[in-house]
Design a protein around this ligand. Structure first.
Ligand SMILES: C[S@@+](CC[C@H](N)C(=O)[O-])C[C@H]1O[C@@H](n2cnc3c(N)ncnc32)[C@H](O)[C@@H]1O
Length: 790
């Protein structure tokens, strides 16, 4: 079995690629390994449940059918499967030969007619409704899970994706993947519509000779089989649908209502109920269709009108929603009886929100204090379970905004980009985008890393979880495929056409994430509060559609991004002339050339041609070597001495040595002091070192130098911290006037990064800034209070 060292991907990956292409594990080995794994799981089941999740949040049963037909000449054998490839247009005919494990996907072992064996991972396949409501929170035993796909079940898996995931042992290891993770291929499908159970008498099987033709011993579980009664009428379907609805299985509820609607196409109750189920699945287009038919037959149907308002909001058609909701409120005022009190209240609340969303989306007017309040409320975590206290976590209810001043255009050497249509001043809000999907650090524990062969990189747990969720979202609403699949997916992914543009292709989604994801970064100390300590390890990552069109440069950026919850705000940080491209950075210039290059390669940028990268590449070997030596001295000798000086007064901080190294680093940059990022960390240490020795004034000067550098280098995420250090140093020096002036700078920096710069004449700025600082940086705020800054 091949072994990976994540730190040394390229060589081990190539080696593994070669080995795995040459040699597959034998049938006997695969079966033996799988059996051993099942035994381990049975033993572990009683001890450690974390990895065994029973059901997905949604059950998927509806959706379109593919036009790929099951003609035998489209059949592919296991032997012909290629790693890291979706075999589009092909199907794998196979039978289940072992028991199942239901974790995030349903795993089992299958065999094709030729007798080749492999593992399959079927995501979203077990319908929630197939598991009785009372058992949904339980961990399924292997015996129970195996009822979903009994041994002998014949399957056709369309468009199979042959993916590398950590070996099964790694998956169930509570520690997750380690540096020596073993990877194995698995046949993956995320679309339950592409996994077809074939009846044994199906004519497709007539001409198939099986190496080992198994008969099915048990019957596959039927949906709601146990407690179902025979359904006869539309009302029976309504009741059955309601049953699913109450158990939060909205897709199954939709199916039931649909069966009822087939019997009575104008049944307004069924249409209105199905509309509500669609709403819960965020399928706003389908909601709208249903309520419009319902309202045609019964214009006075209040709930249908309310749902129409909601659907229009979901479709971002806020002005139409406002008209509908205003009309509904006025009708409800006339009636004014107790039975309509609750819908009246909900309508008024929705109308208020629709007005806010309308103003946000049309004018880019956001109430930042309310947004921050919402964020601070939603980011709270239950310390015992690690789940959000508010179900959705910090996903906020706000509208997108797109300035008319920019548009997507082809740009030289970078594919497409966002370009200014006219001159745009500094500090202009250009775009607000809600994440298409975001995964926070505390939400990803049930996913597994996977391998991207083409770029020889690992898809992290967060990325894998993101891919799974995006696939689920597209499965529920295939209309969304277009906007996602338009995003850059790397040179090796072909353009799609026809049917495939609206099918779920996890590999493509993985690539899109790879090239377009944004990592969440901590801007404020609210991320570090005791309550939120579960978040700090890896904040998470997400996919934002429109911001994904902005290209990168390490320095000389002209737009800044800020994420609050799942909303990304893009503002100009310098004026942009008409025809110029918007540029932000995918990685920080503070990192070394090597670190940046690695990060950029992951983003699909082979060679960055910004001023900083050009300068780094143009330097002589001598300069590079000298700098490397300096940084090594700092890391190996001075940094540890700094640490010691923090712990014990017996050690004095290495001020002289730090100063010397900083000066030398500056000298090595020659005529480009604005690009001297290497001394950034050293300067912070020097400033702290002066404090240790009681030389606050000198420390203050260094912090001012740091602050000025951050301002010119557009390192806006750091500058409020440096300004705060300066303010607190002035307090120590008893110069309260200067201290308060710098405290104002802190407030303006912090609040300005959220709501844009305050205008010169603005008088109420302090109140708003103090409010935002208190909410987002509670530690700094209370410290400032203690030292008399407010
Ligand atoms: C997030 S996308 C940006 C939008 C992309 N240009 C498009 O056409 O959709 C990232 C990709 O854009 C290209 N790109 C962005 N910045 C670049 C740069 N500075 N140099 C070269 N390519 C760049 C790379 O292909 C990268 O994988």
């Amino acid at each position: 079995m091949a072994t990976f060292n994540i730190n040394n991907l390229n060589s081990t990956m190539n080696e593994f690629l070669e080995n795995s292409m040459k040699k597959r594990k034998s049938r006997q080995v695969l079966i033996a390994e799988y059996e051993e794994w099942l035994n381990k799981i049975e033993r572990m089941r009683s001890e450690k449940f974390q990895h065994f999740i029973t059901t997905n949040k949604f059950g998927y049963r509806q959706n379109f059918q593919h036009s790929i037909n099951l003609e035998l000449n489209n059949r592919i054998s296991i032997e012909s499967l290629e790693i890291d490839k979706v075999h589009t247009g092909k199907f794998l005919l196979c039978q289940v030969i072992n028991r199942c494990v239901k974790m995030n996907p349903l795993f089992t072992l299958i065999e094709d007619p030729e007798g080749n064996v492999d593992r399959i991972a079927l995501y979203n396949w077990v319908e929630q409704s197939a598991i009785p409501v009372k058992d949904r929170k339980k961990v399924l035993s292997i015996h129970e899970a195996s009822k979903f796909l009994p041994i002998g079940t014949k399957l056709a898996i369309k468009n199979p994706y042959y993916q590398l995931i950590p070996s099964f042992d790694v998956i169930i290891s509570p520690d997750g993947p380690s540096l020596n993770t073993h990877f194995d291929p698995v046949i993956r499908s995320d679309n339950p519509n592409e996994v077809i159970v074939i009846d044994h008498d199906n004519e497709l099987l007539n001409n198939i000779k099986w190496f080992n033709n198994l008969k099915m011993k048990e019957k596959k579980i039927n949906v709601m089989a146990a407690d179902d009664k025979q359904i006869l009428s539309a009302d029976d379907f309504r009741q059955s649908g309601n049953k699913y609805f109450i158990s939060n299985d909205f897709a199954a509820a939709v199916d039931e209502y649909t069966s009822g609607i087939k019997l009575e196409p104008h049944n307004v109750t069924l249409l209105a109920n199905r509309a509500e189920a669609y709403l819960r699945l965020n399928q706003f287009g389908k909601t709208l269709n249903d309520v419009e038919i319902a309202l045609k037959h019964e214009p006075g149907h209040l709930k249908a009108a309310f749902r129409k308002g909601k659907a229009l909001c979901g479709l971002k058609r806020y002005q139409e929603a406002i008209i509908i909701l205003k009309d509904l409120v006025s009708r409800l005022l006339v009636g004014n009886d107790d039975s309509t009190a609750s819908i009246k209240q909900s309508t008024e609340i929705l109308l208020k929100h629709a007005n806010i969303w309308d103003s946000e989306s049309r004018y880019g007017k956001y109430d930042y204090t309310k947004i921050v309040d919402e964020f601070c409320e939603k980011i709270k975590i239950n310390q015992d379970s690690g789940d959000w206290i508010c179900g959705t976590g910090p996903r906020l209810d706000h509208a997108d905004f797109l300035s008319d001043d920019i548009e997507i255009r082809p740009v030289k050497k970078r594919g497409r980009g966002l370009v200014a249509k006219r001159d745009i001043p500094e500090g202009t809000l250009l775009m607000v985008s809600k994440a298409f999907e975001v995964v926070y650090g505390n939400e990803a524990s049930l996913s597994y890393v996977s391998m991207d062969f083409a770029s020889k990189t690992i898809n992290t747990v967060t990325h894998s979880e993101l891919a799974k969720r995006i696939a689920q979202k597209l499965l529920v609403d295939p209309d969304l495929c277009q906007e996602v699949y338009k995003l850059y997916a790397g040179p090796e992914v072909e353009n799609l056409g026809g049917d495939l543009l609206c099918s779920v292709d996890v590999r493509r989604i993985e690539k899109i994430i790879k090239y377009n994801y944004f990592e969440l970064v901590e801007h404020w100390d609210i991320w570090h509060t005791e309550e939120n300590k579960r978040l700090t390890k890896d904040l998470g990552a997400g996919l934002w559609i429109l911001p994904s069109y902005i290209n990168h440069s390490c320095v000389d950026i002209n737009v800044d991004r800020l994420v609050i919850g799942d909303m990304m705000f893009i503002r100009t940080c310098r004026p942009i002339l008409s025809g110029k491209e918007l540029i932000l950075n995918y990685c920080s210039p503070v990192n070394s050339y090597e670190v940046r290059s690695y990060a950029l390669r992951l983003h699909g940028i082979k060679s960055c041609s910004c001023r900083l990268c050009n300068l780094d590449r143009s330097e002589s070997e001598k300069v590079k070597l000298r700098r490397a030596n300096i940084l090594e001295t700092y890391e190996k000798s001075l940094e540890p001495r700094m640490q010691l000086s923090f712990i014990s007064a017996n050690y004095s901080p290495p001020i002289k040595e730090l100063t010397k190294l900083i000066d030398e680093l500056k000298e090595l940059r020659g005529k480009h002091p604005d690009l001297e990022f290497h001394s950034f960390e050293l300067k912070s240490d020097l400033a702290e070192a002066y404090v240790r020795t009681g030389n606050v004034l000198q420390s203050l000067l260094v912090f001012k130098e740091i602050y000025n550098f951050e301002k010119t280098a557009q390192l806006s995420q750091f500058s409020s911290d440096a300004a705060y250090k300066i303010a607190s140093h002035y307090v120590r020096l008893n110069q309260m006037k200067e201290a308060k002036e710098w405290w104002d700078v802190v407030l303006k920096e912090l609040a300005g990064s959220i709501r844009g710069k305050f205008n010169e004449g603005e008088t109420k700025w302090r109140k708003e800034a103090l409010y935002l600082a208190k909410k987002l940086s509670p530690k700094m705020f209370s410290d400032a209070k203690n030292i008399g800054l407010l």
